[in-house]
Ligand binder design. Structure first.
Ligand code: SF4
Ligand code: SF4
Length: 584
């Protein structure tokens, strides 16, 4: 141990010696050399431990039953991030429900803040999966195999023997099997039970990633429950770190009533309660039962500490001692600092009231979102890389990609109609029927006569109908050619310099134009719409027949007129239609 200097003489930047007498200056699970001190907590007994055991059975049932039990044909709980499909109480949610997720997450965070401000880390000791599994499953198995805390300590110190090896081996084998079950349950939450079944029953070579995760989860849970244990609550869990910012003197926590307990000291058989009180002795008999049952190894009599997970084991232990010495229970109890110091009853502070108001507002928002949640979610996007094309009858067409999510438990036949423009809408592939709780995709072709279009982009509204009832309206745009933007007769190719300058000042337009030039199909499709205008306006300089043949266009334009390299031939376009349109 380094030489300890008084604080005033410690040079800045030097390592300060640990004051072992101050509980705040060191971890209860580290010795003088900083090595891990293994804990052997005694098994608690009492009303809180019994209540926790019952609650743990219920929570374990939900935890392991979540992906197994089906409600409405869906798992009770599932977070299938791969298929982006989430199930809560058998109701499927999709990424399109992002507002529900965002509000739900905010509600969860606010709920934690409210709960912690009111009741400290009660969640940690009673409902956190880490504590429930550690204290109610792994620890109980350990008690069963190796005995209570003191027996475990003695067993650990005993010389190596066949019996010791057998018991230790049995314990770790059981831990490993349990970790495998927990790891697989987590995997079932992520990929669904069917996905997990496939990994288990299918050819392993086809599921190497799934098997790797299975192994990884098993090892992580084994390491956590066999070795890491309470260190996860002390060092890893961010909620534990947050609690000091959320709690105040009104927060109800597991607390030692120092006013009643001090001055602590062993109980003398010859001494009655009046004599003990007369010499200033408190109710605490300094038996250390509360310390010996603590799964995080702290002494709650030092006050609220970051390691305390509010598991109430110390309350049960102290109550047992108080019963034995015929003192009232509750020397360690749920209480606030103000409650102990000033005898105040728990009250609603302005901070807590504010948290509750936010919580209620979020809950109301979430409820409204869930009640008004649409049955079918639709996105209609223009097909990438395609502007428009023109049919021989002159009609212009745009291609769209449609994505439909049926959030209900029934199949939904869906029909689409153009609402604001005269034209036709065709779903390629026929009638749309979206299976229950599934997503489907389709291509949609919209054809509109040029006369019904505005110049350039025309806003289009598509109505979505199910059983004759409109369930949604989607707004999109239909891209067509510009109609004579310059009354003076200048074409789009030979634009005034002022417009060119404007586009350069507008980087988005410039980038769009350049990307179109790099995309010959899109460029040709664009020109196909203005072909007739070009044939009369674009070439004040018609090329000779030989030049046409050389250039490969076969019509009265130089290929360079369209912004392509001069050696660009018809075969480079990959499809003949636009050339035919261009050349009339
Ligand atoms: S101090 Fe008490 S409540 Fe806190 S962790 Fe230890 S035993 Fe549990
Ligand atoms: S169990 Fe109660 S009496 Fe015993 S040391 Fe803890 S607080 Fe004191």
């Amino acid at each position: 141990m380094p030489h300890a200097e008084p604080p005033s003489q410690v040079p800045s930047g030097a390592v300060k010696a640990v004051n072992r007498a101050d509980f705040r200056d060191h971890l209860s699970t580290a010795d003088e050399q900083g090595r891990r001190k293994w804990l052997y907590p005694q098994q608690p007994r009492g009303r809180y431990y019994r209540a926790r055991t019952w609650l743990a059975w219920l929570l374990l049932g939900v935890m392991f039953g979540g992906p197994l039990v089906k409600l409405n044909g869906n798992p009770l709980f599932m977070m299938n991030v791969i298929e982006r499909k989430f199930s809560v109480l058998g109701v499927i949610f999709w990424p399109q429900d992002n507002l529900v997720f965002a509000l739900g997450f905010l509600l969860f965070l606010t709920g934690i803040a409210v709960f912690t401000a009111a009741f400290g880390r009660l969640w940690c000791g009673w409902t956190c999966p880490q504590t429930v599994l550690m204290e109610m499953v792994f620890r109980k198995l350990e008690y069963l195999i190796e005995g209570d805390g003191p027996s475990q300590r003695a067993f650990e110190r005993a010389p190596c023997s066949t019996g010791k090896l057998a018991r230790k081996g049995a314990k770790h084998a059981i831990f490993l099997v349990l970790s495998f079950v927990i790891g697989n349950t987590l995997l079932a939450y992520i990929i669904g039970l069917d996905g997990l079944r496939q990994i288990v029953t299918d050819d392993p070579r086809r599921h190497l990633a799934g098997l790797a995760f299975m192994l990884l989860f098993t090892l992580v849970f084994y390491g956590l429950f066999a070795r890491f244990r309470e260190q996860a609550c002390t060092f890893i869990c961010p909620y534990g770190r947050l609690q000091s910012t959320l709690m105040d003197e009104n927060t109800i926590v597991v607390a030692y009533d120092y006013k009643r307990g001090e001055k602590r000291g062993p109980l003398r058989r010859s001494e009655g309660i009046p004599q003990r009180s007369a010499r200033g002795g408190g109710d605490c008999v300094d038996c250390f039962r509360c310390v010996s049952v603590c799964p995080t190894g702290i002494d709650i009599r030092n006050g609220t500490q970051m390691e305390c997970v509010n598991c109430t084991a110390c309350i049960d232990a102290c109550d047992e001692v108080m019963d034995r010495i015929h003192h009232p229970r509750g020397l360690i109890r749920f209480a606030s600092l103000d409650g102990i110091e000033k005898g105040e009853r728990p009250r609603l502070t302005p901070r807590l009231a504010g948290y509750c108001a936010i919580l209620l507002a979020l809950a109301a928002g979430l409820a409204a979102l869930l009640l008004t949640r649409s049955e079918v979610d639709i996105t209609l996007l223009r097909a990438p890389g395609v502007l428009f094309s023109q049919a021989p009858d002159g009609k212009l067409s745009n291609l769209y990609l449609l994505k439909l999510t049926n959030k209900t438990r029934y199949d939904k036949p869906v029909e689409l109609k153009l609402e604001n423009v005269a034209g036709s809408l065709t779903v390629l592939g026929g009638q749309l029927n979206v299976p229950a709780e599934k997503q489907t995709e389709a291509s949609v072709l919209v054809e509109i006569a040029p006369d019904n279009l505005a110049s350039g982009n025309t806003p289009v509204v598509v109505g979505v109908y199910c059983a004759g009832k409109r369930i949604d309206r989607i707004k999109t745009v239909f891209i067509g050619p510009r109609k004579q933007p310059y009354p003076g007769g200048k074409s789009e190719i030979r634009r005034p310099k002022s417009e060119a300058r404007r586009e350069i000042r507008n980087p988005k337009a410039e980038i769009r134009r350049k990307s179109e030039i790099r995309n010959p199909k899109a460029e040709i499709a664009k020109f196909s719409g203005i072909g007739s205008a070009l044939s009369t306006e674009s070439t004040g300089d018609p090329v000779s027949r030989s030049d046409r043949t050389e250039r490969g266009t076969g019509c009265g334009f130089r290929i360079s007129d369209f912004g392509f390299p001069s050696d660009f031939g018809a075969s480079d376009f990959g499809f003949p239609l636009p050339l035919r349109v261009l050349c009339g």
